[in-house]
Write a protein that binds this ligand. Structure first.
Ligand code: DQA
Length: 155
């Protein structure tokens, strides 16, 4: 079975320590365990990674083509800046779900732009670590799991 790549961007290694009022107390290791447990219950397997380096994330997204069943991506602040990650996602040819722990739309205006969203099947934000589980559930059950884009409204 091909794994679902769960890719985490910069500063997510600081979970549990950084801005607890926004990101909560769960650590990245807790999040990894949560994802692995949920994936197992859904009959999926995951490859969970984190990097602070934009190019490393790009390399992993490139690797996901062919090697992964899907990508769940929390690109952290690169979400709002990285055309390189956007381009890599467009070439990935697997379903992509964008996840954020916080509700980025309740926060600063610079977090309202995402270079990930145009390449994503869907976006989950504001539900904390549970959002990662919701992404796995969507991939396990959604009829459009195998499609790159969700059907357009009214199409
Ligand atoms: C984040 C939101 C981003 O705006 C921020 O830069 C992060 C974390 C989230 O999970 O809520 O690092 O992606």
């Amino acid at each position: 079975m091909k794994p679902i790549y769960i890719l985490n961007g910069p500063n997510l290694n600081m979970l549990g320590l950084r801005e607890q009022e926004i990101y909560g107390t769960e650590t990245l290791e807790d999040l990894r365990k949560r994802c692995e447990t949920r994936a197992k219950a859904l009959g999926l397997c995951v490859d969970f990674r984190q990097s602070n380096i934009e190019g490393e994330l790009v390399t992993w997204i490139q690797e996901a083509r062919g090697k992964s069943a899907a990508i769940v991506l929390n690109a952290g602040a690169y979400t709002h800046t990285s055309i390189a990650i956007h381009d890599a996602l467009r070439a990935a040819d697997v379903p992509i779900i964008e996840v954020h722990l916080s509700n980025v739309f309740r926060r600063e205006a610079f977090r309202h732009t995402s270079y990930v969203s145009p390449a994503a099947l869907g976006v989950i934000c504001g539900f904390g670590p549970k959002g990662y589980e919701l992404a796995l559930e969507a991939l396990a059950s959604g009829p459009e799991t195998g499609k790159k884009e969700a059907p357009r409204q009214g199409a």
